[in-house]
Write a protein that binds this ligand. Structure first.
Ligand SMILES: C[S@@+](CC[C@H](N)C(=O)[O-])C[C@H]1O[C@@H](n2cnc3c(N)ncnc32)[C@H](O)[C@@H]1O
Length: 267
């Protein structure tokens, strides 16, 4: 991907701060690494990679956006970890077949344009007893609601429903060919804004997804952001402050045969 990647717009690091608790929850679901190999895909600025490294995983982190990789690399190095970074598409990872114990992706796999190609790549890189952890925004949750508020102003993506990963049925069906066990837990991420207008302004400044959506919406961009502000205002209290419990899903899947291998592994 080139430097004109839309994910390099805005100030993703600021948004990553709001998503940080999900990265920590994902790493906690993965458990201790004991020097096993983890691959964080669509890693952004490295929130998950860092949490996994802190838990003893040997981490490779990849993202399709060059600036994300540059920032992530600097961040994990500053924290004193030897995380390997590379620019890579979700469905084309620079690691050997069967070399990875854990694939992790926080709000990253959900952007795959070609889900079968992504799942084939996850299956290729994982060991026979490997695991997958990912986060997604559930149907009916806050982020799903915001996407629905924006959708009337954006062209539909042909053949692809909005937010399929938010459905437990989609998750189970998509993961079933590779993974025997799939646990899905819903967790809440608290977000707050001083007002709906300030929330809108913050999203317009930092969020690559909102900046990209505005470009696509063209003349409808302001109307779309008005809809975002109205959506945020639904969560305002009597003082006008916005408090949101943004539900997200933590998904933990074990490859076929993985639980038996795990039971036999030394502590
Ligand atoms: C919402 S961010 C999540 C980043 C990070 N996992 C986190 O939790 O902060 C989504 C990331 O997916 C990456 N991404 C989107 N589509 C991609 C693709 N096809 N291949 C690789 N990365 C992709 C973007 O560059 C961005 O860094």
């Amino acid at each position: 991907m080139s430097q004109s990647n839309p994910w390099d717009q805005g100030d993703y690091a600021a948004l990553a701060g709001k998503l940080q608790p999900a990265a920590a929850a994902l790493a906690a679901a993965a458990g201790p690494g004991r020097s096993r190999r983890a691959l964080d895909i669509a890693a952004g600025t490295g929130s998950v990679a860092l949490c996994l490294a802190e838990r003893g995983w040997q981490v490779t982190a990849t993202d399709g956006a060059e600036q994300m990789v540059a920032r992530g690399q600097a961040g994990t190095a500053a924290a004193g970890h030897d995380v390997e970074w590379a620019v890579a598409d979700l469905a084309d990872q620079p690691v050997d077949a069967g070399s990875i114990d854990l694939v992790a992706s926080s709000f990253g796999m959900i952007f795959a344009p070609d889900v079968p190609a992504l799942m084939a790549e996850v299956a290729r890189v994982l060991r026979s007893d490997g695991e997958l952890v990912l986060t997604a925004w559930p149907e009916g949750g806050y982020i799903d609601g915001m996407a629905r508020a924006m959708a009337p102003f954006l062209p539909p993506v042909e053949g692809r429903p909005n937010n399929p990963w938010g459905s437990a049925a989609f998750l189970r069906e998509t993961l079933a060919p590779v993974f025997a066990e799939v646990d899905i837990v819903e967790v809440s991420l608290p977000w707050a804004f001083p007002s709906a207008a300030r929330g809108r302004a913050w999203l317009e400044r930092v969020s690559p997804a909102h900046i990209a959506a505005k470009a696509v919406a063209g003349e409808q961009a302001e109307a779309m952001m008005d809809a975002v502000e109205e959506f945020l205002a639904r969560y305002a209290d009597a003082t006008g402050r916005v408090y949101v419990d943004a539900a997200y899903l933590v998904v933990h899947a074990r490859r076929r045969g993985g639980s038996e291998a795990e039971a036999a592994a030394p502590l």
